[in-house]
Write a protein that binds this ligand. Structure first.
Ligand code: NDP
Length: 323
């Protein structure tokens, strides 16, 4: 495993990490979760990603129970949560957003569910137009000073708003955001490569990137239809299927066009896609998703594939992949 600094911080995260999103508590039950987390940890993964909203808090409970079962030493792994969407299907006005109240309540609830005394990383899951940025930055600063959060960050905030968070933090001597969690994969590149580039250069922000395989599209498993036992085959994920197959399947066309490059390198397309994410120096960690042990084992091979992605290969990939 390779370890990378989270931006300009001193925290070293495994370049490949593992997240719970729509899998934990839905496709993955307790024994599978235990096997997946054990495999990840034994392979050097030291960061496990979660959020209050994942399966309405159930994903955090499952992860917390499994990590406790496995007796992982608290100082050897990092765990995250995210606040914004709320942890229930129909949250009341004070149970979602980035007000000081919800940021505090959500943090305490995540600590309970994950069975930890502090969150290593805590993200504002989306911007909240109804809360002044200063209020949210102040709330995060307080949690850091209370020792309940070590590093806080944003997820899918416009760069201008992240700049504002840095400005109000500087003006008020508060702890600024250390990282952003954006979607980044061969089918979704614009924000990380253009919009966020200056945040990394000017503010030393790290990135913990999500959906590196575009929910599995970049494995090629959806090229000939939607397998029933896949993420996009689950009725609960119909919204995601519609989003990813929109525009007449434009994304799938790109996936098919990338396949020959992976074949020439004698590797699965998924490995090429993950290695490609790892090649970006602004990526601190690539958060893997996997509903099965075999998938995770395969995806953990991506680091070894990086040297095969030479400049020439990277140029060919760039010419084929869409922004
Ligand atoms: P991916 O894009 O890698 O998709 C993961 C899914 O793809 C798996 O659950 C599996 O689905 C399929 N898959 C993965 N590897 C393979 C393989 N080798 N062969 C075949 N199928 C494979 O990652 P996620 O979308 O899960 O995102 C990763 C993490 O990022 C999340 O768990 C979460 O922690 C975080 N995230 C953050 C968001 C944010 O807003 N901040 C939003 C979304 C995710 P299946 O087997 O079910 O078909």
């Amino acid at each position: 495993m390779e370890y990378r600094r989270l931006g300009a911080t001193g925290l070293k995260l495994s370049a490949l990490s593992y997240g719970a999103w729509v899998t934990f508590g839905r496709q993955v039950g307790r024994s599978a979760a235990r096997e997946l987390i054990a495999l990840a940890y034994d392979s050097g993964v030291n960061f496990f990603d979660n959020a209050e909203t994942y399966n309405a808090g159930e994903a955090e409970k499952l992860m917390g129970d499994v990590i406790a079962d496995l007796r992982l030493p608290r100082d050897a792994y990092c765990v995250s949560s995210k606040v914004y969407f709320g942890a229930s299907i129909d949250p009341k006005p004070t149970q979602r957003g980035l007000s000081r109240k919800h940021v505090f309540d959500a943090c305490h609830q995540a600590l309970d569910r994950l069975r930890v005394d502090y969150l290593d990383l805590y993200f504002c899951h989306r911007p909240d137009p109804d809360t002044p940025v200063l209020e949210t930055v102040w709330a995060m600063d307080t949690l850091v000073r209370q020792g309940k959060v070590l590093y806080w960050g944003t997820s899918e905030w416009p760069a201008t708003l992240i700049e504002e968070a840095h400005r109000v933090a500087r003006e008020n001597h508060l702890v600024p955001p250390s990282m952003e969690q954006p979607q980044y994969n061969l089918l979704h590149r614009e924000r990380v490569e253009n919009e966020y580039a200056s945040l990394c250069a000017d503010h030393g922000m790290g990135t913990t990137i999500w959906s590196p395989l575009a929910s599995g599209l970049l494995t090629g498993k959806y090229n000939d239809g939607i397998p029933e036992d896949s993420r996009l085959g689950l009725p609960a994920n119909a919204w995601l299927r519609d989003e990813l197959t929109a525009n007449d399947g434009a994304k799938l066309k790109t996936v098919r066009a990338l396949a020959p490059i992976a074949a020439e390198l004698d590797m699965p397309l998924s490995r090429l896609a993950l290695a490609w994410c790892l090649k970006n120096p602004n990526v601190s960690t690539v958060i893997l998703g996997a509903s099965r042990k075999e998938q995770l084992a395969e995806n953990l091979l991506a680091l070894d594939a990086m040297p095969l992605l030479t400049n020439d290969v990277m140029s060919r990939i760039k010419a084929t992949a869409t922004m």
